[in-house]
Design a protein around this ligand. Structure first.
Ligand SMILES: NC(=O)c1ccc[n+]([C@@H]2O[C@H](COP(=O)([O-])OP(=O)(O)OC[C@H]3O[C@@H](n4cnc5c(N)ncnc54)[C@H](O)[C@@H]3O)[C@@H](O)[C@H]2O)c1
Ligand SMILES: O=c1ccn([C@@H]2O[C@H](COP(=O)(O)OP(=O)(O)O[C@H]3O[C@H](CO)[C@H](O)[C@H](O)[C@H]3O)[C@@H](O)[C@H]2O)c(=O)[nH]1
Length: 345
């Protein structure tokens, strides 16, 4: 069979030839992308992760793994020299809004300094494409709902601001070095792969859906509702919950987009529907058949009242569609993971 020559960086790369680094690929969302890319085949994948919150068991057998930190320039240099990536998916970050309010320096160090080191290594090695895990937290107290990709950004917590700093830096990296990037602003990632063998497993857990499911799983007696005095219908915070497998599909499309168009862009990714904390607890009650007691607590630091996405731009430009539309179908996949893996990974 004739071997097709690998094209130079001067040309757009056919998607099938890419060497890909998934930084943070042992984590919740990154491991789901690795699963999707592995299923699709055709790429050489390397997971890079310091395992601060990720799990080796979440990395499929046969996928290369480099354990280390994105803040460690010497480690990155070794990995990039060895694997010569064409594209980097960058999930590796600290992710909790309340923790970022308590320790902003740690968040800037990991999310900003770490990403700068990663981008410096990419620039040195002429790595062409960068897909960045950004967030709805960029928007803060948004002026309108649903939030369009081009709406004004105004983060109200350090976590969101670290992501905005990087989005702005990426613009300048494109201008200065020709780096092509896509920023994907996920709203609230949730659910688990349909097979139920990978899912969300953080210790300690801070995210709403896995915490709610710890009650029927027998790991906690009740769930707390942080704030009942927001300007929302039932007083609790409203978020847009989007399934992690749907998010993975958007990443595959983003890579395709970069390889075909060689143009940077940014997209919001959500379901377009908002659910309050109380509605999420109701959904978990329906899915699990457990009464799930709830107790009202004061507001949590850094929480905006409402975040709902318009994903119209991603639908139009990337051709992104979602498989999971109802909140119960999403919660059911998370519950499936927790039932199959009662001790996590
Ligand atoms: N979970 C959500 O709802 C959500 C929403 C919007 C954006 N995001 C973003 O998506 C990305 C992934 O989130 P997640 O929920 O999968 O989190 P996660 O904590 O499960 O995954 C992050 C992974 O990155 C690794 N990591 C962290 N710092 C690192 C470092 N310095 N060097 C190397 N590896 C490091 C961790 O070990 C982990 O495997 C993050 O960038 C987060 O900000 C998440
Ligand atoms: O025990 C809990 C846990 C959470 N909440 C509330 O549930 C909502 C969702 O909270 P999560 O911690 O699940 O998620 P966040 O909205 O704070 O943040 C998540 O989604 C963001 C995007 O919207 C980010 O990117 C971030 O990384 C990711 O953690 C918030 O109003 C929070 O106050 C509770 O009431 N009780």
């Amino acid at each position: 069979m004739r071997r097709v020559a690998r094209p130079s960086f001067a040309n757009h790369l056919p998607v099938a030839y890419l060497q890909i680094i998934v930084a943070g690929g042992a984590g919740y969302i990154g491991s789901h992308l690795v699963r999707e890319l592995t299923k699709a085949g055709g790429h050489e994948l390397v997971v890079l992760d310091n395992l601060s919150t990720g799990h080796t068991a979440a990395i499929p057998r046969g996928v290369a793994f480099e354990q280390g930190d994105i803040r460690d320039a010497a480690f990155l240099e070794k990995v990039f020299t060895k694997h010569k990536p064409d594209a980097v998916f960058h999930f590796s970050a600290s992710i909790e809004v309340a923790a970022s309010c308590a320790d902003p320096l740690a968040y800037y160090e990991n999310n900003v300094c770490g990403t700068v080191t990663l981008l410096q290594t990419m620039q040195k090695h002429k790595t062409k494409y960068f897909i960045f895990s950004s967030t709805a937290a960029l928007f803060g107290m948004a002026e309108r709902m649903p939030i369009e990709a081009e709406d004004r950004t105004n983060p109200i917590n350090p976590y969101g601001e670290t992501k905005l700093v990087i989005e702005k830096l990426l613009h300048w990296c494109d201008q200065a070095y020709g780096l092509k990037y896509v920023c994907l602003r996920y709203f609230n990632a949730c659910g688990a792969d349909a097979a139920g063998d990978i899912g969300e497993d953080h210790t300690p857990e801070s995210h709403l859906i896995p915490l709610v499911l710890q009650v029927p799983a027998g790991k906690r007696e009740k769930v707390f509702v942080f704030g009942e005095d927001y300007e929302t219908e039932d007083g609790s915070c409203v978020r847009d919950y989007v399934h992690v497998t749907d998010l993975s599909a958007a990443h595959v499309k983003a890579l395709d987009y970069l390889a075909k168009n060689n143009t940077s862009n940014r997209f919001n990714l959500g379901s377009g529907k908002g659910y309050s904390v109380k509605e999420i607890i109701e959904s978990a009650r329906r899915v699990t058949g457990h009464p799930i007691p709830a107790e009202i607590k004061p507001r949590r630091a850094g929480d905006p009242a409402k975040l709902i996405a318009s994903s119209e731009k991603a639908e139009k430009i990337l051709g992104w569609t979602r498989q999971y539309e109802t909140i119960d179908s999403i919660v059911a996949t998370a519950w499936n993971f927790h039932q199959r893996n009662p001790k996590g990974f």
